[in-house]
Ligand binder design. Structure first.
Ligand code: ATP
Ligand code: LTN
Length: 329
């Protein structure tokens, strides 16, 4: 049966291979069978300081990359989170149902706030806004990478809490996390996830990196001692990470890759991986540039937001009535 699917990516930098493998590839897959909502979560991005010009550029870039990767705006709604004001409104309501202790336990908050002198309150309440993003459409499925699992659990708890207090209304959503590629690691440190806000560009492959930059970054990626191309995340995290990337972009299984490179050293494997990535990303980049220069983005985002608002506004009316807010005309 067709389900409602929702997800979002922050316009907080240039999208990486981690975003593509962990999230966007699944968006494209799910849209064939389900009713999908794919947002650019600009309200989440401002939980850390964003330069206005960069936010504008990154917002358009994420939306264009969604389309370039194969999201079809005729069957999926593609839009900016800030164009649907009900997200912020339900976000506030859910914040009032969220306990401080629940937010204090969130590992993304701990990671992003650690070592900072001053931390914005928005970063702290970020998960309640994310819950609102999902619940406002009564989404059934949320495709995300592994790092978002904890936020999804809180979303499920908040849906249950609302339903318990105000009567059954929200759908309790399920995460949809890929088996391979749910956590692509940084190229310079396999102990950290690949992240677009890492200050070292050598730590990630950006989807818009030119072919030579991609080849160079892969050839410089750190590799474990030893020289066998075997998948063993506990003992060989770096080569295992590169193998996951290879598998996700070539369609080969991890075993097929291990067999193909048996008895060979890392050099040939890395060289071929660079070529696999270039072959995956070049067509996507071409479509991206066509979309950016076509001027079609604005209309697509307007249409997507209109569809999203019509669903979200009905939810808000019902939620507020159940909670005892006076209606207005
Ligand atoms: P930031 O560094 O700004 O926090 P990010 O690169 O972690 O950003 P998000 O916008 O937070 O990216 O994430 C968008 C989606 O991509 C989420 O579903 C997230 O789980 C997924 N994702 C992000 N990084 C990875 C990764 N390294 N491996 C797999 N999935 C990832
Ligand atoms: N928190 C997510 C981005 C995000 C999201 C969402 C993902 C915001 N709202 C709703 C899925 C559904 C992140 O940091 N990757």
């Amino acid at each position: 049966m067709a389900k409602k699917v929702l997800s979002g990516i922050q316009p907080s930098g240039s999208l990486t291979l981690g975003n593509y493998i962990g999230a966007i590839k699944n968006f494209v897959k799910l849209q064939q069978e389900h009713e999908c909502f794919f947002m650019v979560v600009d309200l989440h991005a401002i939980t850390v300081a964003q330069d206005p010009a960069a936010l504008r550029e990154n917002s358009q870039s994420v939306a264009a990359l969604y389309l370039a990767a194969g999201i079809d705006p005729k069957i999926s709604s593609v839009y900016m989170q800030s164009h649907v004001p009900q997200h912020a409104e339900l976000g506030w309501i859910l914040t009032t149902l969220t306990a401080m202790g629940e937010l204090e336990r969130m590992t993304q908050f701990k990671d992003k706030s650690s070592g900072k002198d001053s931390v914005g309150a928005g970063l702290f309440v970020y998960p309640s806004l994310m819950a609102a993003d999902i619940l406002v459409y009564n989404a059934d499925l949320v495709p995300v990478g592994e790092d978002q699992k904890q936020h999804l659990e809180l979303t499920r708890d908040l849906a249950g809490r609302f339903n318990h207090r105000f009567g059954d209304f929200f759908t309790v959503p399920d995460p949809y996390i890929p088996e391979v590629g749910a956590r692509i690691m940084s190229l310079d440190d396999a102990g950290k996830k690949m992240s677009k806000s890492n200050p070292n560009p050598g730590s990630y492959i950006a989807l818009l990196d030119p072919p030579d930059v991609i080849r160079k970054k892969i050839s410089r990626a750190t590799t474990d001692s030893g020289r066998e191309v075997v998948y063993d995340p506990a003992n060989k995290p770096e080569i295992s990470n590169l193998m996951s990337i290879y598998a996700e972009c070539s369609g080969l299984s991890l075993q097929q890759i291990a067999d193909q490179y048996e008895g060979q050293m890392y050099g040939g494997f890395k060289k071929n991986l660079g070529e696999v990535l270039v072959a995956t990303l070049e067509p996507l980049q071409q479509r991206y540039h066509e979309i950016r220069s076509s001027g079609m983005l604005e209309d697509i985002l307007a249409e997507g937001a209109e569809r999203a608002r019509s669903v979200a506004s009905q939810t808000l009316t019902e939620v507020k009535e159940r909670m005892g807010f006076l209606p207005y005309r």
